[in-house]
Ligand binder design. Structure first.
Ligand code: ADP
Ligand code: MG
Length: 445
């Protein structure tokens, strides 16, 4: 934003960085200055101004007391100039399902300018993750009550560890972020209540983050994401979701296609269960696949040839069940058969996911795709997409494997992007969680 008037020449450069070059009569003619402060919506972090005759300090404080930057106003007397540090520190807490994740990240707008979003860069100062996989393994899936109790036991310790490893003082935090939804209500409440409690105690803003937005934006933490621009496509493939989205900005997500029954991660998990391979199934199927031949069993690629961008994986599970029953009855379900079936399942899922993404790119003519969610950790999927991006000359970006499944980093990062983009901070106040929360109903920034 650049403002200009005949006598005054105020200029706001980059978000939250505001330079005023004026006739130094701020006491009398302050509307542009006032307007710029309002436009910055309280996201200014520092204020240093040139004041050659020391006249304005009192007037400014009186006039703008409501609109001052929330944290600092540095007054440098007669030698100053504006200096704003847009760096933000955000603590992120994830407890939506079966991982207790905490992380502290530092983020700043990218070198390209004040437009936050994909061009912002982030650095993980510390992170801690406790997986409940062993706790739920005996049940073949997540038991909500056990999940909540375990989050309660682990979360505070992980927060303390992250804060001390990062060596960042509570006072230096810009926000405390937590997963507000979607997820298991009891599990979400643990993260929400700790975040709100901490925020109230240290007087910091809180930000409730949408779990899927966290997944979706996590690939942008990679420095290689620097040149990804809105709009881009996103494939979200996790235990509970399989969606293709068009991302036009933070909070601006249009759903292009999604699963009409099972999610891709669920297809991995259920197939693994049918084959007796353990939980969670995705990594097990991937491991067994390495010694299997994918072409021994013919598995369906549901909806693959249809014009829709929707997915269906329930038929795949039924086909696996039928094969397994046949193998069992002929006493042929040995380790080789398991490996071959695992390879066939993985190949079918990879084919469907790459096929639909290719179609989405052709339909939308958007040639940038980010892939997030637990299934994104799958090596065969990553290889197939690498091949695909070479052939179709498009850019495909994955989150690093350890950030594909649930973690605190993605929550801190999504919140930091929103803070950098100017989302007004909110103070701790009671707490709410949203176990069901469509991604298309997120606040825009
Ligand atoms: P959710 O939040 O919906 O539980 P996550 O993002 O935590 O999902 O991802 C968990 C899912 O990812 C599980 O279904 C798991 O089987 C799958 N998964 C994890 N690693 C792999 C892998 N290497 N290959 C395939 N699927 C995987
Ligand atoms: Mg999970």
């Amino acid at each position: 934003m650049a403002l200009h008037r005949s006598r005054f020449f105020p200029l706001a450069l980059r978000r939250g960085f505001f330079i005023e070059l004026s006739g130094a009569q701020l006491g009398e003619q302050t509307d542009l200055f006032d307007g710029a402060l309002k436009a910055a919506k309280g996201s200014l972090k520092g204020l240093v101004f040139f004041d050659s005759n020391n006249r304005h300090r009192g007037r400014l404080s009186k006039k703008f007391s409501g609109a001052w930057p929330r944290k600092t106003h540095k007054y440098l007397g007669h030698r100053g100039f504006w200096q704003v540090s847009p760096v933000v520190h955000v603590l992120g807490i994830e407890t939506s399902c079966d991982e207790t994740g905490v992380a502290l990240i530092r983020a700043q707008p990218g070198p390209g300018g004040g437009q936050a979003g994909p061009r912002a860069t982030g650095e993980i100062l510390a992170q801690a993750l406790h997986s409940q996989v062993a706790l739920h393994a005996a049940y073949g899936g997540v038991v909500p009550e056990l999940a909540s109790r375990d989050h309660i036991q682990k979360l505070a310790g992980l927060v303390e560890r992250v804060m001390s490893e990062a060596g960042v003082d509570w006072a230096a935090l810009d926000a405390i972020a937590f997963t507000e939804g979607p997820g298991l209500a009891g599990a979400l409440l643990v993260g929400a209540s700790l975040a709100q409690g901490l925020a109230a105690a240290v007087n910091k803003p809180v930000i409730g983050v949408h779990h899927l937005e966290g997944h979706l934006l996590s690939p942008l933490l990679d420095p290689a994401a620097g040149d990804i621009k809105f709009p881009f496509l996103a494939l979200l493939v996790s235990g509970g979701h399989t969606q293709i989205m068009r991302v036009d900005g933070l909070g601006r997500y249009a759903l292009l296609g999604e699963t009409i029954d099972d999610a891709a991660g669920e297809a991995f998990d259920k197939s693994a269960q049918l084959l007796g391979l353990g939980y969670p199934g995705g990594p097990e199927i991937a491991r067994w696949s390495t010694s299997g031949r994918a072409d021994r069993f013919d598995l369906p690629r549901p909806l693959m040839r249809r014009p829709t961008l929707d997915f269906s994986f329930a038929g795949l599970k039924t086909a696996v069940l039928t094969h397994v029953q046949k193998l069992r009855s002929s006493l042929a379900l040995d380790d080789q058969a398991r490996a071959d079936m695992a390879a066939a399942v993985q190949a079918a899922i990879v084919d469907v996911l790459t096929g639909k993404c290719r179609k989405a790119m052709r339909d939308t003519e958007i040639h940038q795709l980010v892939i997030a969610g637990g299934v994104g950790a799958n090596q065969a999927l990553r290889q197939a997409f690498a091949e695909f991006s070479r052939q179709d000359q498009c850019q495909v970006l994955f989150a690093p494997p350890h950030l594909c499944t649930d973690n605190g980093v993605m929550i801190a990062w999504a919140a930091a992007l929103r803070v950098l983009a100017g989302q007004p901070p909110s103070r701790a106040s009671g707490f709410s969680v949203r176990p069901r929360w469509p991604l298309t109903e997120l606040p825009l920034v």
